[in-house]
Design a binder for this molecule. Structure first.
Ligand SMILES: *Cc1c(COP(=O)(O)O)cnc(C)c1O
Length: 393
């Protein structure tokens, strides 16, 4: 049979057709009224999407560029920062803080788990910034941003959240909770290609930048703010991706019947429902989730059956069905595989990926016992449950 390529990776994610068209059509110079209009509108829409009154900036980089900016703009060498890590992306905060010679208070838990609030509380003394992920994409775990925000209330520590896979999959009250910098990336829930990072910046964070002494140039947020307030950027912006982001935010607004915040909530609900379907499907096939106590709506990490290399499963998905699922990262390579559901996924995608998973298991894990169709049926039951709920309103 024909095989259509399908991405189930937690970035890049499948592209929204309307955004692809906007990207292809974006033939403009960036110091023009045409671009300033689209850029200003997109920044304003992003504020609504993130759910904040704080300034929002867009950078021409992958998400890690904004992570670097959140270290270089907020700290001085030798300052104490708290870094929470439970996977590959937490380790990126650690490595960044190290590169900028911060004094790191590392709170590390095993892959697949989340943090103990008491431990965090006991390490905050003298901390200038706390860095964490909203969802740890390498393990499929969701962290409790709201509870950690509450621990930080009344302290001097700024709160920086990598929500690169958290945005569009998780609810945040950025201003109420006091998130000083919240970071997103283009290749995740907003359904466009890699190349943009965006972030919200609080008044407290702007104040800290006045005294922070790290060297910075390309990612100097104060310089960007000056330009972006005027609808421009300090350097050449990624014009085509910004046109794509504008189209994507319009699509999300339509999903909310003309209200962008409602559309964002619909996108989050879509991710939550897709995640519930994938978890139910995998478990009905006798597979174990890697982060069962704190599962993220962005991505589900599933352990390969005992004695089976998940790399062989990933390969079979690709060769047999042209489905791209993600392997484990770092120490989890070969042990688990990850199925994304952030952004442009629907019910039939869940049916497709779990249906394919059944065939992959038959081939790669012949001694793993399950009933053909059990996974697909579990996905259908979650869908039917949602439908009944909607009908009873
Ligand atoms: C994708 C991702 C990033 C950013 O990685 P880039 O390759 O720089 O885009 C950072 N944190 C998390 C949690 C991610 O999922």
């Amino acid at each position: 049979m024909l095989r259509k390529t399908r991405l189930f990776t937690p970035g890049p994610t499948p592209l929204l057709p309307a955004a692809q068209n906007a990207i292809a059509a974006a033939d403009m110079h960036h110091r023009t009224a045409e671009f300033r209009e689209i850029f200003t509108r997109t920044l304003s829409d992003l504020k609504t999407f993130i759910g904040t009154k704080n300034d929002v900036l867009i950078l021409a980089s992958s998400g890690s560029g904004a992570m670097e900016a959140a270290v270089s703009n907020l700290t001085s060498p030798g300052e104490k920062v708290v870094v929470l890590t439970a996977g590959k992306f937490g380790e990126r905060w650690r490595d960044l803080a190290k590169a900028f010679n911060c004094q790191i208070e590392l709170i590390e838990v095993p892959y697949g788990q989340t943090f103990d609030l008491g431990t965090i509380k006991s390490k905050l003394d003298g901390a200038r910034v706390l860095y964490m992920q909203a969802t740890e994409t390498s393990t499929g775990a969701r962290h409790d941003v709201k509870a950690i925000a509450a621990l930080l209330k009344g302290t001097d520590a700024l709160f920086v959240v990598d929500a690169i896979t958290g945005l569009g999959t998780t609810h945040f009250e950025v201003d109420d909770w006091g998130i000083d910098i919240l970071i997103g990336g283009s290749q995740k829930a907003v359904m466009i290609p890699p190349g943009l990072a965006y972030l919200s910046v609080s008044e407290r964070a702007w104040q800290r930048m006045e005294t922070a002494k790290q060297p910075r140039y390309y990612f100097d947020l104060r310089k960007e703010r000056k330009s972006q307030t005027k609808g421009e950027s300090a350097f050449t912006p990624a014009t085509a991706l910004i046109a794509g982001l504008a189209a994507s935010l319009d699509y999300i607004r339509r999903a909310g019947n003309g209200n962008l915040a409602d559309g964002r909530d619909a996108l989050i609900h879509n991710a939550e429902t897709s995640a519930a379907m994938v978890r139910a499907g995998a478990q009905a096939l006798g597979l174990k989730l890697f982060a069962p106590t704190c599962p993220a709506a962005a991505v589900t990490a599933i352990l390969a059956p005992a004695g089976v290399d998940s790399s062989a499963m990933v390969k079979e998905f690709r060769e047999r069905f042209a489905m791209v699922v993600a392997n484990g990262q770092g120490e989890m390579k070969g042990k688990l595989f990850r199925i994304a559901h952030l952004g442009y996924y629907d019910y039939l995608d869940a049916i497709g990926v779990i249906g394919a998973l059944e065939h992959v298991l038959l081939k790669v894990a012949p001694s793993h016992k399950f009933e053909l169709g059990a996974g697909v049926r579990a996905v259908q039951e979650v869908f039917a449950g949602q439908f009944a709920e909607a009908a009873s309103v």
